[in-house]
Design a protein around this ligand. Structure first.
Ligand code: SF4
Length: 239
């Protein structure tokens, strides 16, 4: 109902949006969701894992490293340390030998062992299910915790990584500077049921189509709502 009179259309909400802005962005979000649903109804991570423990380990390894490299490393690592308990008994030096071909192996070996020990000591050997608990594990930041909780348990949260940040900015969903601002915006705009998939759609889109250096707009299904595309077409016309 009303909500306070004639200025209602201009009321700024949680992330500083007017009602009109929010409605316009929601339309865009809806277009993005419907478009991706048609081509890939169930997107997920490209990291290979068989259970929660393996996804947490693979996610820690994937920071600043490609999923392909992580997937090449993890089979031998999981064979040697098949459970969180076995990893908790290892030393970082031992783990290092299995992960030395990924980026920052020293730090990641320390994180992996510390993560496993914390899970054993504070969570009874079970990987926690909620993002806010996952965030307490060494090597698991906010973005990773959200991705893990959304992927494994469908928690309605969104992880904003470099791809999600870049693609949403190019599409004209925001002009923000920090991932946590974008996360708040998307949490307000993306329907709960679509949040776990939304993150994966944008990551895959950023990885394979809307690439950082050279977006492949010719293969993109989002041109009609994309601000960056409009700019590029206009520039070509002016040139
Ligand atoms: S139209 Fe181009 S810039 Fe826009 S989202 Fe698609 S690939 Fe990215």
């Amino acid at each position: 109902m009303g909500g306070g009179g004639s200025g209602v259309g201009r009321v700024r909400q949680g992330v500083g949006l007017t009602d009109e802005e929010k409605a316009r962005l929601k339309k865009k979000i809806d277009f993005i969701i419907q478009t991706f649903k048609k081509v890939d109804a169930n997107p997920t991570t490209e990291l290979k894992y068989r259970n929660a423990y393996e996804l947490v380990v693979a996610t820690i390894l994937s920071a600043q490293c490609t999923d392909r490299r992580v997937n090449a490393i993890t089979p031998a690592l999981f064979q040697r340390y098949p459970t969180v308990e076995s990893l908790a008994r290892a030393t970082p030096e031992e783990v290092y030998e299995y992960i030395k071909t990924c980026s920052y192996p020293n730090n990641k070996a320390k994180y992996l062992v510390a993560m496993a020990r914390k899970v054993v000591q504070e969570f009874g050997g079970r990987i926690p299910e909620r993002a806010r608990d996952l965030m307490r594990l060494p090597g698991v930041g906010r973005k990773s915790a959200h991705v893990i909780a959304a992927t494994l348990y469908g928690e309605p949260v969104i992880g904003v990584d470099t791809h999600v940040f870049r693609v949403t900015r190019r599409l004209g969903l925001h002009r923000m500077r920090h991932p946590h601002q974008v996360e708040r915006l998307l949490m307000e705009l993306v329907p709960e049921g679509d949040r776990p998939r939304f993150h994966h759609w944008l990551i895959l889109h950023g990885r394979y189509v809307c690439k950082a250096r050279n977006p492949d707009c010719g293969r993109c299904l989002l041109t009609e709502i994309c601000e960056e595309y409009k700019r590029r077409v206009q520039k070509e016309g002016d040139g």
